[in-house]
Design a protein around this ligand. Structure first.
Ligand SMILES: Cc1cc2nc3c(=O)[nH]c(=O)nc-3n(C[C@H](O)[C@H](O)[C@H](O)COP(=O)(O)O)c2cc1C
Length: 303
């Protein structure tokens, strides 16, 4: 089984990825949150920073592109290729309303003809391996059969499935029966993604899908950075949640000028902690209520 870090825009940036990689069980791949190039392939300053090779040293990083325009995809691909990337990922999963309403992310799944033309062109012209991260439809699970038939027509590096529709956001449970169908019918190596927050949940999933090639972990790793070493039963001495928070506290202050932005970044990690450590909710509420970095550091005994 291969293990990947999920891309979470605004959270798993190069600072988080590097810090995680330094302290915890390394991932086989680190997916970089979505990039939104303009038609010349140009990325924002923040996005360029995130893909800089020196910010991703020693890791197999995969940049992800969010677009429905071939020229944007291909020019970003050329830029990423010039930086040395060998694989890029296409985002066909983002369910956020403002992305979907522009026909991107999961919204692109609502336009099968447009998607076919897009895939025809990028697979014909691209020089880099392309993987896809996809929802199983935009509104209805019944869309998935036709979608998989379409994906099966291209030489994907791999297909990463988050088995919910775009409309479902993160509600309810992932449709594992749809993933099972994909395991039977997909021509591509498959990666499962969705709602694996504990070792027990992972083991239950693995028992049901032992032939899966890879699994991608997102919120589970954010809430418990030791999750992968627990899954692999790796008993080497490991770092702790608090050590991770301390390193992030130092690193974000170096990277971000404004104190309130640093603080809101740091607080966000505790939201994921609360998902897997309900018993810490009271403490986490206190962290949310801090107004300055000094208060934050005092509460956590950092200084
Ligand atoms: C705040 C947030 C930001 C996300 N950003 C991205 C993104 O940039 N690209 C992407 O493909 N998925 C994105 N996702 C989806 C995650 O990669 C992943 O598919 C989702 O969290 C489900 O996996 P999990 O249950 O292991 O967390 C995002 C999810 C969240 C909650």
């Amino acid at each position: 089984m291969k293990y990947y870090l999920a891309p979470l825009e605004g959270i798993t940036d190069h600072i988080y990825r590097r810090t995680y990689h330094k302290l915890f069980e390394p991932m086989d791949k680190y997916f970089i949150p979505f990039l939104t190039p303009n038609e010349n392939g140009k990325l924002s300053k923040r996005q360029r920073q995130d893909v800089l090779p020196e910010n991703n040293e020693g890791m197999y990083a995969v940049p992800q592109i969010l677009t429905n325009k071939t020229e944007e995809f291909l020019s970003a691909e050329a830029y990423l290729g010039s930086l040395g990337y060998e694989e890029i990922n296409l985002n066909l999963g983002c369910p956020s309303r403002c992305v979907v309403s522009k026909g991107r992310g999961a919204g692109f799944l609502a336009d099968p003809d447009g998607l076919r033309r897009f895939l025809d062109e990028i697979f014909e012209k691209s020089n880099i391996r392309i993987s896809i991260k996809s929802r199983i439809g935009v509104r209805d699970v019944e869309e998935f059969g036709a979608l998989l038939d379409l994906y099966n027509q291209y030489p994907l590096e791999e297909l990463i499935l988050h088995p919910r529709t775009g409309k479902e956001f993160y509600k309810g449970s992932p449709h594992r029966e749809v993933y099972r169908y994909a395991m039977k019918e997909s021509r591509h190596p498959l990666c499962y993604n969705g709602d694996l927050f504990t070792k027990e949940q992972y083991e239950d999933w693995e028992k049901k899908f032992p032939q899966s090639d890879a699994v991608m972990l997102g919120r589970g790793i954010l809430g418990d950075p030791l999750l992968l070493s627990k899954i692999k039963q790796n008993h080497r001495p490991a770092h702790t949640w608090m050590e991770l928070q301390y390193e992030l506290y130092l690193a974000y202050q170096k990277e971000i000028q404004e104190e309130r932005h640093v603080l809101s970044r740091l607080k966000e990690f505790w939201t994921y902690r609360a998902l897997v450590h309900r018993e810490e909710r009271e403490m986490i509420q206190k962290i949310y209520r801090t107004n300055t970095l000094k208060e934050y550091a005092e509460l956590l005994h950092f200084e």
